[in-house]
Structure formats: structure tokens, C-alpha cells
Write a protein that binds this ligand. Sequence first.
Ligand SMILES: Cc1ncc(C[n+]2csc(CCOP(=O)(O)OP(=O)(O)O)c2C)c(N)n1
Length: 537
Amino acid sequence: MKGARLVVESILREGIHTLFGYPGGAIMPVYDALVGSGLRHILVRHEQAAVHAAEGYARASGKAGVVLVTSGPGATNIVTGLADAMMDSIPVVAITGQVATNLIGTDAFQEVDAFGMTLPIVKHSFLASRPEKLAEQLWLSFRIATSGRQGPVHVDLPKDVTLSDCPEGPLPSWRPRGGFDGSGLDAAARLLSEAKRPLLYAGGGVHQADAVREFRALARKLQAPVVCTLKGLGALPSRHPLLLGMMGMHGTARANRALRECDLLVAVGARFDDRATGKLSEFAPGAKVIHLDVDPAEIGKLRRPDASVVGHLRESLPALAESAEPGGAWRAEPPEPPAEWTLDSPCPRDVLQAIDADLVTTDVGQHQMWAAQFLRFEDGMQFMTSGGLGTMGFGLPAAIGAQVARPDARVVCVTGDGSLMMMAHELATVRRYRLPVKIVLLDNRCLGMVRQWQELFFENRESEVDLSDNPDFLELAAVFGIPGRRVTRNVDAADAVAEAMAAPGPFLLHVEIERQAGVWPLVPPGKANHEMLLSKP
Ligand SMILES: Cc1ncc(C[n+]2csc(CCOP(=O)(O)OP(=O)(O)O)c2C)c(N)n1
């Protein structure tokens, strides 16, 4: 079998029937092999979008997302996406074309050292320079991307290999390391029985491991309050009595105060990211720590735990719940009443609380934090946001990939005017594949998050944040055949969201919010979480 055909067959053998990409010279043999293969290719309009779409597809389907691009500029264009998938542990297999093996290192046309360039931002990479190894390398790519702590794998594929005869096997044996290391369980159980004020800290790993049920069972048993990171949101439904809300830079006051008061912190699938912990030396200062994670490299990386359990959360969480006899249950503070929206414009909270969807993606900025604060995280709603890398431009292509994976799901992308413009070309992909994605654009005519920081930390000196000359977004959407509606202060937000959600196809809800609106609370950079500002000083 020619290498190009083997690539296609290897993907189909994984039970994956869709991939995302953009063709070009070095990868043309593989594109040729796609014709009539039964493997569906989604043609995006920029390679970065292919990776974000593959991330959305992965999250929505539970399989790896596959990306196919050419060498040189095709490969350089996927770098941001790979870094994004790496930081958020998303299984993506990215195949880049490469110049023929005899030209590697000669500055050949569209040659770039894609292997070297992506090395620090992928979980693993292969230079597929030997035809007899290709089948094995492709097979391993999928195993590595989807096992343990998931992540992106890069395969750099020289053109001559795609044109060579490649044997289909033999494939190596693969025994994923399952289970967990229970040696820390006794110590963890002892800490739980001694604690008077235990607090559960849910990270994105709870969702990655599909361990929401197991997490909730532990919370129930301990009757311990719960704080979530941005990626952990949804570990408990929004109105659950044990939930204190999001922690960290834009977390709730009571979540951040509970972190200061707890005497035991149980970190579950979380990595002590600085946006969540604030100043690390003052994070949960009086607490012992139990850390549960699939990745041993996370244990002690930023905070040395007093007990740890390494392994799949679906197994380690029930084991801990079984062995734990909770020592103390405490009630953290009740929720604060929601702040009044005094600005003369639609309130993002009203819009976001009206969204009832199966899957919500966001971009990066204020709208992302409002989404985290105000969306109603009910059972079954998936939330996808670029948490680790904070990639503007993530939201729309991620929604595209998710909608491709789940055609009947109600998929919403919450975005900002800066972020949407970074991926506006993907409106063409929405139209081409008639994807019924709903776009909720919170338009403040500026780079709101940066503007807010300039206001607070740079004496209100605005520098390069104005976007008031953006095109009319409804006209822009219309150019791509996408209908929409404007939401101004005279429009009922819930009505407008309902109209968008009821539209049979894609729809853009253009919400004109106040330029000066801020995200509160806010922990100033470098400060401890308890030093949060609750409103504009
Ligand atoms: C690719 C990229 N470039 C720059 C940034 C820095 N950044 C973070 S938030 C932000 C502003 C985002 O503006 P917009 O999408 O309009 O959202 P808003 O904050 O106004 O809701 C910027 C520039 C980033 N996160 N990603």
C-alpha cells in the first residue's frame, strides 16, 4: 500500500471518519488518497482553524481530532493550535507534509523543520522518514494522543514516503498503563479524617477523565464545598449547594475566601495554574494538600502535596471516596447577591444566563470570563475554552469541530469582537458545511480585557485596544449567508437568545455591550487571591 493510502486507512481504522485540514504541495498524495476513501475532509480557511476544529471534534466525540496540512507555511500555521492542545491536554494527531527525504536540510521549497519547531509543544512527534515504520508510527500516534494525560502528537511526513510502498504491519503491542497507584490512599484518607475544613478543587482533568460522576460521589460523601478552575466548571451543576463557584483571578469572592480558610485542599485533575492560584506562596496557606492526577509530572510541580494518588480519576476517585471517613463538614459563605448592572447597555449576564445549549465554546477575554461566571452549567452541557494558552480565535473553529462531531447538538460560540475578527474567515466554513452553530458576540468595540488592565494597572492609558472600526458584524455575517440579530438595551436578552437558538441554521447574535464594562471580581496580577478587587476601585 502506498504511504498516502496507508495514512487514510490508519485514520479510518481508528473509527474516525472526519478530519480537518488544508492541502498543499508536499501533502498532495494524501489529499489524492482521500478521494473516494470514505474519510470526510473539512476544508477550513486557515490551518490554525483546523487544529482548533480538531480540538472541538475531539472533545465532542471522545476520539482524537485529526489535522492534515502541507509543509512549510502549512506547518507553521498549526503551531498555535498545537500549543493550545498541549496546554489543555486535548488529543490531536496532526500530520504535516514534508519535503522529500533527500531534500531535507537543503532549504527546499516550503521546507521548514516542523519536527524541531513543534517539539516542545506536542506530547510526542514522529519524523516518518522510513516507509517500513509508517504504519507503526501512525498507530502509536493515536495511542499516545488518547492515553494517560491526553495531548497532541505530530507526524511529519516526507512526500517520497507517501509515494512509497509501505507495509501495513506489524503493529507493536500496546498495553496502556491503566489503574492507579494506591500507595498514597491511606495517607489521603487519614488527612481527610483529620480535616475540619476540607475543600475540593476541581480542575479540567475531571472532565478529561470523564469522571464527573465519581467526583460528585466524593463531594457527596465528604459534604465538602467545591471550587472549580475555569476548565473544571461543570464538575457540579451551577446551583448545587456545595458549589462555591470558580476560583482564581475572576473567581467568586467566596471561592477565594474558602481557599484561604480551608485546612485541607483536595486537588482533583488540577495543575495549580497561576490564574487559579494567584500568588502561589499565599495560596491555601493553612491547608494540607491531597493531589489526584493522571500525570505524575503534575505532582509537586508547583505545590508539594501531603498525599497524592496518581492514576485515572475514574478509578482513584472512587477508591478515595471508599476509604475516606470525613472528619469535619463545614459550610462556606452563602453566595453574594448578583451585582447590579448599572450600565446603559445589555447586560452580558442576562444574555449568557439565557443560553441553553449542549456545548458552549468561548474565545478569550472578558466575554470568556463572563461566560465562566454566568453560563448555567447544567448536567450534560459541555464547555470548551482555551484555558492554558488563552488563544483568541479558538472559539469559532472549536464550535465548528464540535458541531461536525455532533450534528444534532445545540452548539454555541461565545465570542468577542477582537477574537471573532481573528477567525472571521471561518464563517465561510460554517456556511460551506451548513453548520447550525450559534454565535453570541459580546461586542464592546475594543480589546476589552486588555483595556480593563490598562485602566486598572496602567493609569487608564489606552494603548492599541480600539476596534471601533470593525465592520458591521451583521453585514459581515450576511456576506457569508449567515442571518443575525442585534441586541441593544431595548431588546429583551432572553427573547433574542431564544430566537437565535430556534434558528434552523447558523445565527449571529450581535450584542452591543458597554465599552467600559469590567469583569469583577479581579485578582490583580501577582497578588494573592484574597486580595481580589470586588469592583472598580
Ligand atoms: C492570539 C492572542 N493574542 C493576544 C491575546 C491577548 N489578549 C487577551 S484578551 C484580549 C482581548 C480580547 O478581545 P475580545 O476578543 O474583543 O474580547 P473582550 O475582552 O473584549 O471580551 C487580548 C488581546 C490573546 N489572548 N491571544
